[in-house]
Design a protein around this ligand. Structure first.
Ligand SMILES: [Zn+2]
Length: 267
């Protein structure tokens, strides 16, 4: 395994932000798509802030819900894959999910995908090998942090690295405290999040992630287990404003927004 943990591919002083959206059913587990009704609001923000959005899309959406794909395509979104079914209750065979989602991608776009992100960021070296064999160039599933019962990657590199035949582009975390740079954590921590980011510093290559259900609250929320509802209701009314303020903060800090495939070319 060859690892590369340096900033070598980034010019001195350059700061890069990849804004990623995991595009899936509501809350990743409810069999509804109410958040898709608000897609134009997101497209307006992407346009207004000149974001180069990368969407990791669930394959069955490519087969069944073309409206949301067309709307995001209209604002220059890059699409990569996020499994075929995103079934968190009875997870399917990884290889099968990869193959089915790749077929849906090629049927829709006419070209093969470059990147993959696993639901709930669950990946292993065997998964990387499957992706490499299927012709994927990069994966972006590793969170160099710890989430009880989901992942434990505290010692994983925080910068892109080569592993098992492909490039892994990990989620960014706030240095030293390993708090993931995701919209869900911004909502949970509120103003404290900005303080922590300022105190511990911004990574020069910043991979940020959000979901539609992080910014648009819908009736589907009531179908979640109660503990999840409490988590998702925190700062739900302010979420869209918080996301916009985060984009403004990144621009103010000198970040250049790039699609992930452009970052991969640089690496
Ligand atoms: Zn997901």
């Amino acid at each position: 395994m060859l690892e590369k943990r340096s900033n070598d591919f980034v010019a001195t002083g350059q700061k890069i932000a990849c804004i990623t959206l995991d595009l899936e059913q509501d809350y990743g587990r409810v069999d509804t798509y109410n958040t898709f009704d608000r897609i134009n609001e997101l497209c307006e923000i992407v346009k207004a802030h000149d974001i180069k959005l990368t969407a990791f899309i669930v394959g069955k959406i490519l087969d069944q819900r073309h409206g949301v794909v067309d709307a995001l395509s209209g604002v220059g979104t890059e699409f990569e894959l996020h499994s075929y079914s995103h079934d968190l209750v009875t997870p399917n065979d990884f290889s099968d999910e990869v193959q089915k989602s790749k077929k849906a991608y090629i049927d829709y776009f006419g070209v093969p995908p470059l990147g993959y992100r696993s639901p709930q960021c669950r990946v292993s070296p065997q998964h990387f090998e499957v992706l490499a064999r299927q012709g994927f160039v990069f994966d972006s599933s590793v969170v160099p942090s710890w989430r009880p019962g989901v992942y434990s990657n505290m010692s994983a590199p925080s910068l892109p690295y080569y592993t098992n035949g492909l490039i892994e582009i990990p989620f960014s975390v706030i240095p030293a405290i390993h708090l993931p740079l995701t919209m869900s954590y911004i909502k949970v921590f509120g103003k404290m999040y900005r303080f922590l980011l300022t105190a511990f510093g911004f990574p020069r290559v910043l991979i940020f992630n959000f979901h539609l259900h992080d910014i648009f609250s819908t009736a589907s929320l009531n179908q979640l287990p109660f503990a999840y509802q409490i988590f998702h209701r925190r700062n739900a009314k302010n979420a869209l404003e918080m996301l916009k303020r985060f984009f403004i903060l990144l621009k103010h800090k000198g970040y250049e927004f790039l699609h992930m495939k452009r970052l991969v070319e640089m690496i």
